[in-house]
Design a protein around this ligand. Sequence first.
Ligand SMILES: [Cu+2]
Length: 417
Amino acid sequence: MSLRKLIVNKTMAALAVLFTVFSSVTAFAQETAAATAKPVDMGPVHKSAVFYVLLFLLLCLFIAIIGKALKVYELTQETQGKPEGINWNTVNAVVFALFLLVGLYGVYWEYTVHGSMISHMQEAASEHGKRIDEMFKLTLIITSIVFILTHIVLFAFVYIYRYSNKRKAYYYPHNNTIEKIWTIVPALVLTLLVLKGFLTWRSIFYKAEDPNNRPLSIEVTSSQFLWDIRYPGADAIVGKRNYKLTTAINGLGIDFNDKNSLDDLIADEIVLPVNKPVRFTLASKDVIHSFYMPHFRVQLNTVPGMVSYFEFTPTVTTDEMRTKLNDPKFNYILLCAKICGANHFNMQKNVRVVSEQEYKEWLAAQKPYLTNDLRKAFNLPIPVEAAPAAATEAPADTTATAAKVELDVKNQLALKK
Ligand SMILES: [Cu+2]
């Protein structure tokens, strides 16, 4: 009888705890309701880590209280001669079934809400982009079907075949036919996907050069946190570079002893003629960045110490895309897709795809890389109208790199005088 009394007391205690939690929650809710009348700045509270730690501890405490209350309820049942209590097998099975339903709704939500966010990306604006999109769609369709089916089977089995003392588990150790099916089918599907990926990759990176339609060459160099863009001049070739030639006035280390460098142009944006192949030469001055132009389905790392290439053909001009998307402010962009440092988000450049005629007009308006200071440093003749008197005293022979660096210093000193 005294035990029974104790249990009764425990139940009372559990009820008292539940009542306290309920009343404090209600009181808090009322306080918040009152606060809506007079707005309070909760910003600093929501930003502090302590707030979330406390919230987490409160949640743990809440779960622990519920657990204790249930345990007390079970003990009471037991002492009253009802040994069954809560059927945890059924509870688990129902939670699994709910998890499946919520999960499937999550998949639906992800596809519709986030799926519609890529509307600006719906059409690839390059030739190879269409092939990449096809692969992406095929992979997504196959994996979605497999994902949904396997998860329905997984959770439905847990629910349907939960423990019951009315039936006995069926012993089914091995079946060769099933083993064969679930080995061969995934192997075939994966072979198809990998082969398609391999062929797509080759078609993008191993193009046979067409002598009648040579790609336009553009060099892009990344550094923390900007892009340097170099266009070739009339010769259509960007000149050589050597990192040893890097100085304050020659940030890219361009070798102006190479004749191809002399007419190279500096640009502030990337402008591409439509339907003409373009070959980007990519390099980096400090860390690994990633050359990413999402609308053209172009992405390649720029790696310090090595040069990489990406060749593609833009097929839709900026104006056409603006009409298609019904967005007069639309612009293609170049981004850095590597978290390369604190101001990584700043690495953006405007990209414009225009007609051949517009491209030529734009190119004619770009400034040359070779400034008069650089001409002095490389001992090159300075155009008559701009030549200052001090530039003529540099010695003529400059074949060795060491001599060039020395000369550079000398010239800079001369300029300071
Ligand atoms: Cu970067």
